[in-house]
Design a protein around this ligand. Structure first.
Ligand SMILES: CCCCCCCC(=O)SCCNC(=O)CCNC(=O)[C@H](O)C(C)(C)COP(=O)(O)OP(=O)(O)OC[C@H]1O[C@@H](n2cnc3c(N)ncnc32)[C@H](O)[C@@H]1OP(=O)(O)O
Length: 216
């Protein structure tokens, strides 16, 4: 039945331009400029294989205090790379029994964000482009791998994939991102005062610094 007063919309032809992009080509905003440099691992970065641990207990991506958070565990890799694991819980569903795409994008964002700790640079996500390649059922472990591709001034170019069925399994999601270096004032000037005050009052110096991902 057609409801009265409800216009019937015909869909316009959709450009297929992006559909055939291969995994390693990036759209213009995510392509490092010619003056970009390879990333440099900070000498005090966690050793390859070391768990990074949560940077902030209330972080939805990695914090232990978020009951329905992702509790993502990231580990430093060689060079400027990270591996991470996240188990999809019932609270993360979009369709019955399947992970919500936004939650998967969050897992990619968190993993990519962790990379900046290896540079010891504070940075926030400016742009995140995600390809959803395969559905991810509840109960699945998503095995993530991320790397920084290049750095140009404050701009950090990175990419990540998430595999299912094992660390070498088929790719379910992938992303390309641009993180922008910021000063700690980005958080202290913009965050809600209650949480900023609580984070700044933490007597543990390392935890206080890592809440804002600042060099301790
Ligand atoms: C372990 C930690 C895990 C954490 C994982 C989670 C990470 C996150 O989700 S962070 C939260 C989400 N992100 C945010 O809230 C950021 C909100 N955005 C902002 O605050 C600002 O737009 C910000 C800081 C990104 C950029 O603003 P500003 O500092 O004024 O920089 P601006 O001068 O506009 O841009 C700097 C450069 O980046 C480029 N740029 C900025 N945003 C974008 C974008 N979205 N796309 C492409 N390029 C961009 C600009 O073109 C500019 O390039 P150039 O230097 O070549 O001219």
């Amino acid at each position: 039945m057609v409801r009265p007063g409800r216009p019937r919309v015909r869909s316009a032809p959709v450009s297929t331009e992006n559909h055939h992009r291969d995994a390693h080509s990036a759209p213009p905003a995510l392509t490092p400029p010619p003056n970009a440099l390879p990333p440099v691992r900070h000498p005090d970065a966690p050793a390859p294989g070391e768990l990074l641990g949560s940077h902030y207990d209330d972080c939805f991506g990695c914090g232990g205090a978020q009951a329905h958070g992702l509790h993502l565990e990231a580990r430093a890799g060689d060079g400027v790379t990270i591996t991470a694991e996240f188990t999809v819980q019932a609270a993360h569903q979009g369709a019955p029994g399947l992970a919500h795409g936004g939650v998967l994008a969050t897992a990619l964002d968190e993993t990519l964000g962790s990379l900046n700790w290896l540079l010891r640079v504070i940075a926030v996500t400016g742009r995140l482009e995600t390809d959803f390649v395969r559905p991810v059922p509840v109960g699945t472990v998503l095995f993530l791998q991320a790397e920084i591709v290049a750095v140009a001034g404050r701009k950090i170019y990175s990419r990540a994939v998430g595999r299912i069925g094992g660390p070498e399994g088929p790719v379910a999601v992938r992303a390309q991102a641009l993180f922008i270096e910021v000063k700690v004032e980005h958080f202290t000037d913009n965050g809600r005062p209650e949480e900023i005050r609580a984070a700044m009052a933490d007597p543990d110096q390392i935890r206080r610094a890592r809440a804002f991902e600042v060099n301790p």
